[in-house]
Write a protein that binds this ligand. Structure first.
Ligand code: ZN
Length: 165
């Protein structure tokens, strides 16, 4: 496994744990050349058989990349690393595979993603919610932003400037 930063091939596993309800192992590694920490994941080869039920009632196989591209879009131009995104999707998958064994709705996936994004970055969260909830009215959208603003102001005043446009 090559280091994503310096491409060296000497790294040490510092933490391993089961994820996806025991279907995968996540390993935290540290590069012994440059000190970069990164995460790898080993899965059983058999495809995970979770089915996603869309709002249209159409059923499609679960696809991690779709979740990843959704959060990437929400995080565009924010200071969030690829590693952060991968770990966020890992946590979403833990929720998914711990709570659903055959089917999950896009609505439920959206809920898990929003919960993680809310912790990661308030702007990414609001962007994601604007799509996920398909805001019926401008009022609802503003209500959501106001709510997040208040929370951000409370937790870290410095980030509030992100909302001043
Ligand atoms: Zn390295």
């Amino acid at each position: 496994m090559l280091c994503p930063a310096c491409k060296a091939n000497n790294n040490k596993v510092i933490d391993s744990r089961l994820t996806e309800g025991g279907m995968a192992i996540r390993r935290r590694r540290i590069c012994q050349s440059c000190g970069r920490r990164f995460t790898t994941k080993e899965r059983v080869e058999e495809e995970l058989r979770l089915t996603v039920v869309k709002a249209s009632a159409q059923r499609v196989p679960y696809d991690r990349d779709k979740i990843l591209s959704g959060v990437e879009r929400a995080c565009t131009k924010l200071d969030i690393t690829e590693d952060d995104l991968q770990q966020l999707v890992d946590r979403v998958e833990e929720d998914l595979f711990n709570n659903h064994d055959r089917e999950v709705t896009t609505e439920q996936i959206g809920f898990y993603v929003s919960r993680q994004l809310r912790q990661l970055h308030p702007v990414a969260y609001v962007r994601f919610m604007s799509v996920y909830r398909k805001y019926g009215t401008v009022d609802e959208f503003i209500e959501e932003i106001t709510d997040v603003r208040e929370r951000v102001a409370h937790e870290s005043p410095a980030q509030q400037s992100l909302f001043e446009a």
